[in-house]
Ligand binder design. Structure first.
Ligand code: MV4
Length: 447
């Protein structure tokens, strides 16, 4: 049986997916927008279909156009990548109903994890530690509501159940602000997500962002692939990621990893997923689960040798896969620098034509990117140009290898955050691994 997978994405992840398909002998169909006709991966794809104009809503988010392309090319399955439709449960359901395998968890699982209260309840049931708070209905009596918040203890965070990834949340420092902030968050959630339900959490002030990679076969068996630290971020955009997370309490880590596997086994999780935590004072606190492949998946691949994208395809297409925790071994340390088309000083997007460039290479260096000399970066999509990934025996060696890779790397014609990466890699707080999610914005960028 020869499979054909339609790749419903663009840029580096589309290229990453094609490479995995080729290794598995799977045929590929790439869809693209009018702005993307010169993308590199289209040359490596067996078939290509233009699905609409540059605007994402008319192309990569256009469900009828994507399903039509799948129909037209007789694709068996659809690979969503990250962003766009990757966590849209309606899209997953429409794929299923149209006879195309959605490469990922079931639409039901995506929907459950998309509702943050449901996700939190499921996580807690599996023995994962959650942030203390309140996730029942908010009482209409303001004094009762205030009592609940007082019991959690200020500062608290109000979050929309339909939010996530930094959208639909607000910190409340004192009781006077509770009712007003709750009303605003509800109104914004109603307008933004069509669901005004909110819940409360104790505000964790200065944590690290640690996540756990998991893989499930959809039949009740799951494994974990350890942790990543994604604390180096600005406005919820990760800039540098690494694996594994270091300086973590071993007992808390072991408990958390086992509980993550339990959760995935209990819900018959299918495919790859990431369970996100805040980590402060030796404690893990669940925040949400992502039901997709993530941008930073290569750092996990580099320290485990486990190909996460091939695993996604094998599981979805029911090819044999061995998922035994004992077969997973961890080797050294890996870092990823996200190179974005943006001004390194003010973070404004910097689209345009790349006139000249050189890519890094060598032992322990991986380069995942769709760009090339002469390529025009369109202004319509996110600014990720390339991911430089290093692997070495220790964190400090992986940092030195990254500095060497960044020395070789140059892009001319557009601005990139390349100099920001060089500055961060020379920073003492980063080198000592003492940074939290607040470090870049509140300290480093103010220096
Ligand atoms: C929090 C928090 C502090 N306390 N929840 C932001 C994205 C979403 N995934 C959850 N987020 C947060 N939830 C409580 N109870 C702080 C954040 C947060 C954050 C989390 C991870 C990575 C970067 C962040 C940046 C700002 C705030």
């Amino acid at each position: 049986m020869s499979y054909k997978v339609l790749i419903a994405n663009r840029g580096e992840i589309a290229l990453r997916a094609i490479r995995a398909c080729k290794e598995l002998g799977i045929k590929t169909v790439s869809v693209y927008s009018e702005a993307d006709k010169d993308l590199k991966h289209l040359r490596f794809s067996d078939e290509t279909v233009c699905i609409g104009p540059a605007s994402p809503t008319q192309s990569y988010l256009n469900i009828p156009a994507i399903l039509s392309a799948a129909e037209l090319t007789s694709a068996n399955a659809i690979y969503p990548g990250y962003g766009f439709l990757a966590e849209d449960h309606n899209f997953a359901e429409m794929c299923e109903k149209s006879g195309f395998k959605f490469i990922g968890p079931t639409s039901e699982t995506i929907q459950k994890m998309g509702d943050k209260i449901t996700a939190k309840t499921l996580a807690e049931k599996s023995g994962i530690q959650i942030v203390p708070g309140y996730k029942d209905e908010i009482p209409s009596d303001n004094d009762e509501f205030k009592k609940i918040a007082r019991d959690i203890g200020y500062p608290i965070m109000i979050k929309a159940t339909a939010g996530g990834g930094g959208r639909g949340m607000r910190v409340v420092e004192r009781e006077e602000d509770l009712i007003g902030h709750a009303e605003i968050t509800m109104q914004e959630a109603k307008n933004g997500f069509g669901n005004e339900t909110i819940y409360l959490e104790k505000f964790i002030g200065n944590p690290r962002h640690i996540e756990v990679q998991i893989v499930g076969d959809g039949k009740g068996k799951a494994i974990h692939l350890g942790t990543r630290d994604c604390s180096m971020q600005r406005r919820h955009q990760k800039i540098i990621e690494e694996a594994p997370a270091l300086n973590i309490n071993q007992e808390a880590l072991n408990k958390t990893l086992i509980a993550c596997v339990n959760l995935c086994e209990e819900i018959n999780y299918e495919g790859v997923g990431t369970i996100e935590f805040l980590y402060e004072d030796n404690q893990f606190y669940f925040i949400e689960m992502n039901t997709r492949i993530q941008v930073e998946h290569p750092v996990t691949e580099m320290i485990t040798g486990f190909d996460l994208v091939k695993a996604q395809l094998r599981i979805a297409l029911e090819m044999p896969i061995k998922l035994n925790q004992d077969d997973i071994n961890f080797h050294g340390h890996s870092l990823e620098c996200r190179i974005n088309a943006e001004d390194p000083d003010n973070f404004q997007p910097s689209p345009g034509t790349i006139t000249k460039m050189h890519t890094p290479g060598g032992f322990g260096i991986r380069y995942d990117s769709h760009i090339y000399g002469g390529y025009r970066v369109p202004p319509n999509y996110d600014s990720l140009l390339a991911k430089i990934i290093t692997q070495a025996n220790s964190r400090s060696s992986a940092i030195k290898r990254m500095l060497s890779a960044l020395d070789e790397f140059f892009i001319e014609g557009i601005k990139t955050n390349h100099p920001l990466h060089q500055r961060i890699l020379h920073d003492d707080t980063f080198k000592e691994n003492k940074h939290t999610i607040n470090y870049l914005e509140n300290e480093f960028l103010k220096k």
